[in-house]
Design a protein around this ligand. Structure first.
Ligand code: ADP
Ligand code: ADP
Length: 214
């Protein structure tokens, strides 16, 4: 099964993607995580992406598309892939469609996780992550067992540089302008399943599974 999780920054895509990928045996591909790994490794792509990411702007479509297509190629050994954070523009969605067609692959479901802007700001400004394993927490809604450290490996949790109120506003604006049109795009193709992203994390996971026919 090949899935896309669509939604604004902070909708819970990363949190849900981990659960859904494990439940269905899918390769979880988060464009944001892949870009952060490129930055950490100081690759050419990582260096190009750095300034754009820190100010909440999108990385150019051609770079993202090439990066994600390479990773999707590795999904063959799994039950499929789960895309999180990609595609984010119509050009990326159209590029993905033609690459999948050439590889004789197809999308099964595009799940749109819906959360209002005011809730997004609260979620992102309280978000913490582990720089070692990438696991995401929230200081109030999903706290680690011991304040400030990762449950998995005891690493000190960090805040993302782009989770400040000003950059979050910028990212939301970018979302409404560039990414929201994908809801209609996938709706026209009969692939869209909308779920509410509000409520307990496990409740949202159950809604997504149901939307995928599980
Ligand atoms: P995205 O990948 O869509 O940007 P994340 O999965 O990183 O979103 O979630 C953003 C923040 O919201 C994190 O701090 C996460 O712990 C928290 N969060 C995720 N799901 C929920 C939920 N259902 N209710 C409250 N907070 C949530
Ligand atoms: P979130 O889901 O919390 O908004 P991500 O981790 O998905 O954040 O993305 C962080 C940043 O990485 C984005 O603000 C953008 O600069 C860049 N990025 C991630 N995915 C894409 C994409 N598909 N297209 C362009 N830029 C991207």
């Amino acid at each position: 099964m090949n899935l896309i999780l669509l939604g604004p920054p902070g909708a819970g895509k990363g949190t849900q993607a981990v659960q859904i990928a494990e439940a269905f045996g899918l390769l979880h591909l988060s464009s944001g995580d892949i870009l952060r790994a490129e930055r950490k490794a100081r690759t050419e792509l990582g260096q190009k992406a750095q300034v754009l990411m820190d100010r909440g702007a999108l990385v150019p479509d051609d770079l993202i598309l090439a990066m994600m297509v390479e990773h999707i190629g590795r999904a063959a050994e799994r039950n499929g892939f789960l895309l999180d954070g990609f595609p984010r523009t119509l050009a990326q969605a159209q590029g993905l469609k033609s690459r999948l067609e050439s590889a004789k692959m197809r999308l099964d479901h595009v799940v749109s996780v819906e959360v209002e802007d005011s809730e997004i700001v609260t979620r992102l400004t309280g978000r913490l992550y582990c720089p070692e394993c990438g696991r995401t927490y929230h200081e109030k809604f999903s706290p680690p067992q011991v304040a400030g450290v990762c449950d998995v490996n005891g690493e000190k949790l960090l805040r993302r540089k782009d989770d400040t109120p000003e950059v979050v506003r910028q990212r939301l604006e970018t979302y409404h302008r560039e990414t929201k049109p994908l809801i209609a795009y996938y709706g026209e193709q009969g692939l869209l399943r909308s779920v509410s992203g509000v409520g307990e994390i496990d409740e949202v996971t159950a809604r997504i599974k149901e939307a995928c026919g599980a």
